[in-house]
Design a protein around this ligand. Structure first.
Ligand SMILES: Nc1ncnc2c1ncn2[C@@H]1O[C@H](COP(=O)(O)OP(=O)(O)OP(=O)(O)O)[C@@H](O)[C@H]1O
Length: 309
């Protein structure tokens, strides 16, 4: 378990992590999201004792990182895939990590195999592609068989096969009861991987919720109705508006209904005797919900004019 309590980090006058309080629970994959510069990496660095909090606490299994006797056996992390010794081989990089934490040498071979790097074991990591470095970084995180894992953008640079592999790995680590915190800007990937989301913006906590609840709370879902008859369309729209729904008529033969569950829309159509060709509830994607929530917390955004909207 990772525990943050009023965690705060200031650089000069700038507060980059601002009073963060949340728990990352075992047995789940928790997605850690936020716009560029929101403070995700700084938060992870504080959990790993690489940055010191200005105030507040960052604990792993109830203790600060500095008090963990064999830290790699308690918490594994991939923060920067290129933070390897470039002149050393993949195997030597992992061996150095293993020996400094009393981890048996045999784990190195096991991990290289698990991440698909057995054939590159004796290559210097300076010549590795970003994807290979990511795999080696993941091997390093898993080396001590830790209960807590943190991955900063783990699919960055991976091919589709690699992305699929990371997704399966995160899910299986959580299924083994481990605590998994993973940051990514790829919303579609997060929607497939995470159980829970923690979202921050400008260092502050914006949301901490199960993924379905997050989407429901931060987006508008709608019911799309298709009707062949224009008269029926008007009659149904009027009735639904009277019953409190917000109704749009975006194109011929279609109604978009908000603020009303699909069952009530269907019942209203039935009561009026109007003929339907389609009735479908549409839920917003995680991406839509995320953009809605973080719109005002984007620090390094592109103006609407530049986007041509
Ligand atoms: N050593 C430092 N000195 C001064 N400012 C820093 C330092 N490290 C980070 N920052 C600032 O802290 C803020 C948060 O950065 P951080 O890398 O934690 O964000 P992030 O959410 O991980 O962003 P990204 O998604 O772009 O990786 C940024 O404004 C960054 O410029």
């Amino acid at each position: 378990m990772i525990t943050l309590r009023s965690l705060t980090k200031r650089y000069g006058a700038k507060t980059v992590v601002d009073d963060l309080t949340f728990d990352v629970e075992p047995g789940t994959v928790t997605g850690f999201l936020g716009p560029n510069g929101a403070g995700k990496s700084t938060t992870m660095r504080m959990v790993l004792g690489l940055d010191h909090p200005t105030s507040g606490l960052a604990l792993v299994g109830g203790r600060p990182y500095a008090e963990l006797p064999h830290p790699l056996r308690q918490v594994g992390a991939l923060l920067d895939a290129k933070a390897l010794h470039p002149g050393r081989t993949a195997e030597k990089n992992l061996l150095a990590m293993a020996r400094s934490n009393d981890i048996p040498d045999r784990r190195v071979g096991e991990l290289l195999e698990q991440v698909g790097l057995t054939e590159a074991a004796r290559k210097r990591t300076g010549a590795f592609s970003l994807g290979m470095s990511q795999r080696l970084g993941i091997a390093g995180a898993l080396l001590g068989d830790p209960k807590v894992l943190m991955f900063d953008e783990p699919v960055n640079g991976l091919d589709p096969d690699g992305v699929l592999w990371v997704r399966g790995l995160m899910r299986s680590l959580a299924a083994e009861g481990r605590t998994v915190l993973v940051s990514s800007h790829l919303m579609s990937e997060m929607q497939l991987t995470a159980d829970r989301l923690v979202v921050i913006g400008k260092g502050r906590l914006l949301a901490d919720a199960p993924i379905e609840e997050f989407i429901a709370n931060n987006s508008v879902s709608a019911v799309h109705v298709r009707l062949p008859d224009a008269g029926d369309r008007r009659v149904l729209a009027e009735r639904l508006r009277r019953d409190g729904a917000e109704v749009e008529l975006p194109s011929d033969g279609e109604l978009v209904v908000r603020d009303m569950p699909v069952e009530r829309v269907g019942d209203a159509a039935h009561a009026l005797g109007v003929r339907l060709h389609g009735l479908s509830p549409r839920t917003a994607s995680l991406e839509q919900a995320y953009l809605e929530l973080t719109a005002s917390a984007v620090e390094y955004g592109v103006s609407e004019r530049a986007l041509g909207v």
